[in-house]
Design a protein around this ligand. Structure first.
Ligand SMILES: [Fe+2]
Length: 482
């Protein structure tokens, strides 16, 4: 897979035949926060892949200063990169920026992709909310298998009308390949009007994604980076346009680069900084989000990484809530995954940094802990918890069983971080993963597909876990009046 700036090479995509001409999009338009969202807070990106090199985008929004509709705003073409992917025709990836200071926060907008002045795609979206506005977040992970459960979950996500969707990893099974996105992800979550199944969600609602173990190459990375078998792996870095506010620590990639050809291939595909792009932070409304790469090539005991995370949490000090998301949960009751405790290495930072909620996936179930504080049994010379070779991080777990779940006042605040696994978005746990509630488990559900909906208003959030029939599986509230 090679992406090259339009200015970098002269090659054009293969000449389109009649059949290809009829198919404008290899990947239909979808909304992303974009690489500059942490700087331009109200600006979204429209991303799509096409064989055609001469597409434009215009947009309009309501509620402009002076009233009425601001028509035909020019979207900024950020990039039109030539993409060479094994198994796909050479094509362009477009990234357009919807940026206009006069577009009010939360305003509905319409965007249109044009070919020689003719509209070839049109969809509606909503601008990100202002800090004082109420808004809705939807969360669900482990979605990318194309199963009936994922299709039904996608439909429910769309019905819930969120302003933002957060996917805590395992976006496509089995190995994060471009071809797998085409089979299991976009048809389910970005279905187009002519489709007979799937939901037109991502074209209307911006989404962010943590990278799961299945998203970055192999489930048992890094030893299985086999480019012959998986030549279109690591498509995460191509499809997700997310804030470039992450750490830049090239030394941490050495595990992934262990083999010389891995370094060569990855650098050729994504440049030197690509792998830094899977951890980032941003503000959406009054909530500060931090998304982390929790895969094995990331050593979260590294001082530089820990300093970056502490800084990212501190950057959310004036937000109403701080929410952190990564794929592999530090606390879960999945019988196979419960010993994968690598992310307990950052519990001290989450607690000291005022993290309210953590969303993970990996286990294909729903689980919420009591508000929790963790003290590791052993610390290294840098003060970081020590992980055993088998991945376990033993220590003392303190639970706030007095938290009412109502969060009705500042006095009724949880005494610790609440860890949520929302990974029931596709195929559910099988016999190898059947959970048994742990000491820290407040709520556990593994028998049905469920997803999380959080409603934010200034100083308050209401978090609900819903099944596909709309029944409430779990609910709690947090209040932080200033
Ligand atoms: Fe996973």
């Amino acid at each position: 897979m090679t992406t090259v700036s339009k200015f970098g090479r002269k090659e054009a995509p293969a000449k389109a035949g009649k059949e290809k001409e009829a198919r404008v999009f290899l990947v239909s338009p979808y909304l992303q926060l974009g690489q500059h969202f942490h700087l331009l807070k109200q600006s979204l990106e429209v991303v799509f892949h096409s064989l055609w090199g001469d597409l434009d985008l215009r947009w309009s929004f309501s509620g402009a200063k002076g009233g009425g509709l601001a028509r035909n705003q020019v979207a900024v073409l950020l990039a039109r990169d030539l993409v060479k992917v094994h198994g796909q025709p050479d094509h362009y990836r477009y990234r357009f920026l919807l940026n206009d200071n006069s577009c009010p926060a939360g305003a509905p907008f319409r965007y249109e992709v044009l070919h020689k002045g003719k509209v070839v795609f049109a969809e509606n979206g909503r601008a990100p909310p202002a800090p004082a506005q109420s808004w809705r977040l939807a969360v669900v992970g482990d979605i990318g298998d194309g199963s009936p459960g994922s299709l039904a979950t996608a439909a429910k996500l769309l019905q819930s009308a969120p302003n933002l969707v957060l996917f805590p990893g395992d976006l496509v099974y089995d190995r994060g390949r471009f071809s797998e996105y085409q089979k299991h992800f976009f048809p389910v979550f970005n279905a187009q009007p002519e489709a007979t199944s799937g939901a037109a969600l991502l074209c209307q609602v911006p989404s962010v994604a943590a990278a799961g173990n299945h998203d970055l190459g192999t489930p048992r990375q890094p030893e299985e980076l086999d480019w012959k078998k998986f030549p279109d792996a690591f498509a995460y870095y191509l499809f997700w346009s997310q804030p470039l506010s992450g750490p830049s620590l090239p030394g941490l990639k050495e595990t992934l680069y262990k083999r010389g050809r891995n370094r060569k291939k990855l650098t050729a595909m994504y440049g030197n900084s690509a792998l830094d792009g899977s951890s980032f932070h941003f503000r959406f409304g009054m909530v500060h989000f931090i998304v982390l790469d929790a895969n094995r090539h990331m050593d979260w005991s590294n001082e530089g990484l820990r300093a970056w995370l502490a800084g990212a949490l501190a950057a959310g000090a004036d937000a109403d809530f701080r929410i952190v998301s990564f794929h592999q949960p530090p606390f879960n009751s999945d019988s196979k995954y419960k010993i994968e405790q690598r992310m307990r290495l950052i519990c001290d930072l989450l607690e000291e940094g005022g993290c309210d909620l953590v969303f993970s996936g990996h286990s294909h179930l729903y689980e919420r802990t009591y508000p929790l504080r963790f003290t590791p049994a052993k610390k290294d010379s840098r003060g970081c918890a020590v992980m055993r070779p088998d991945g376990q991080v033993p220590g003392r777990i303190e639970l706030d069983k007095g938290f009412s779940d109502k969060g009705v006042s500042n006095e009724d605040r949880p005494g610790g971080v609440i860890y949520v696994v929302s990974g029931a978005g596709g195929t559910l746990v099988d016999a190898k993963h059947l959970p048994t509630a742990s000491q820290f488990t407040k709520k556990l559900n593994w028998q049905e597909n469920t997803y999380t909906v959080i409603d934010f208003e200034p100083g308050k959030l209401v978090c609900r876990q819903l099944n596909l029939a709309g029944a409430e599986i779990d609910r709690f509230e947090l209040t932080k009046r200033r």
